[in-house]
Design a protein around this ligand. Structure first.
Ligand code: ZN
Length: 185
C-alpha cells in the first residue's frame, strides 16, 4: 500500500514537470533525482493523463493564452472545474466521444480544428474578443460552430438549442442525459 502511494506521488510529480512545466527528460532526471529509464517508465505509465492534458493544452493559444496570463495551469483548472458538457445543448463529453470517435456518426473532416469531438471554448459574447472567465463556457463543436460569431447568446439559447438537442437525440438514438434546467455554466 505504501509503495503504491509512493508510486502515485512519483507519477504526479512527473506529470507536473512534464505536462505542466514542460521540462525536458534531462531536467526531470535531475529534479526527481532518477535515471533516464525511470523517466521513460513514468512517461509510459502516465500516457492517458498526459494525452488528456495535451488535449486541453491544444486549446490554449493566441488570445486565450494572453487572457489567462500565459498560465496554462490556471486555464487547465478552469476547464476541469466545468461540468464536462456543452453549456448550451448539454450534450456530455462522453456522448460527444461516442458520436465523433466510436460510432463515427459525425465523421470529422477537420480533425485538428474540431479536436476529435472534445468540448470547445466558446465566447458567450463574441463581439468581445475576450477569454475572460466570465465570458467563456465549454460548448460542443456543433453549437460552437453554428452559433459562430453571428448569433448572440440569448438567441442561440432561445431559438437554436432545442432543435440542436433534437438533432442529437436523432443521431444518438436517445435523449441527452442532462435536462437543460440543470445546466450550470
Ligand atoms: Zn451543444
Amino acid at each position: 500500500m505504501e509503495n503504491k502511494m509512493e508510486k502515485n506521488k512519483e507519477q504526479e510529480e512527473f506529470i507536473k514537470l512534464y505536462s505542466f512545466d514542460q521540462k525536458t527528460y534531462l531536467e526531470i532526471e535531475e529534479e526527481m533525482n532518477i535515471k533516464r529509464k525511470d523517466v521513460q517508465k513514468l512517461y509510459e505509465k502516465t500516457r492517458e493523463e498526459r494525452e488528456a492534458i495535451q488535449n486541453i493544452r491544444n486549446k490554449f493559444k493566441g488570445k486565450r493564452k494572453e487572457d489567462f496570463n500565459d498560465n496554462f495551469r490556471d486555464f487547465y483548472d478552469w476547464y476541469q472545474s466545468k461540468k464536462q458538457k456543452c453549456g448550451y445543448c448539454a450534450i456530455s463529453q462522453e456522448e460527444l466521444y461516442s458520436l465523433f470517435r466510436e460510432d463515427q456518426k459525425l465523421p470529422l473532416n477537420d480533425a485538428i480544428k474540431r479536436s476529435s469531438g472534445t468540448l470547445e471554448i466558446e465566447r458567450k459574447d463574441s463581439t468581445e474578443n475576450s477569454y475572460d472567465k466570465k465570458n467563456i463556457i465549454l460548448a460542443c463543436p456543433l453549437c460552437n460552430n453554428a452559433k459562430s460569431n453571428l448569433i448572440d447568446e440569448n438567441d442561440w439559447r432561445n431559438i437554436f438549442v432545442k432543435p440542436m438537442r433534437e438533432y442529437y437525440k436523432k443521431i444518438l438514438g436517445k435523449d441527452l442525459e442532462y435536462k437543460l434546467i440543470s445546466i450550470d455554466v
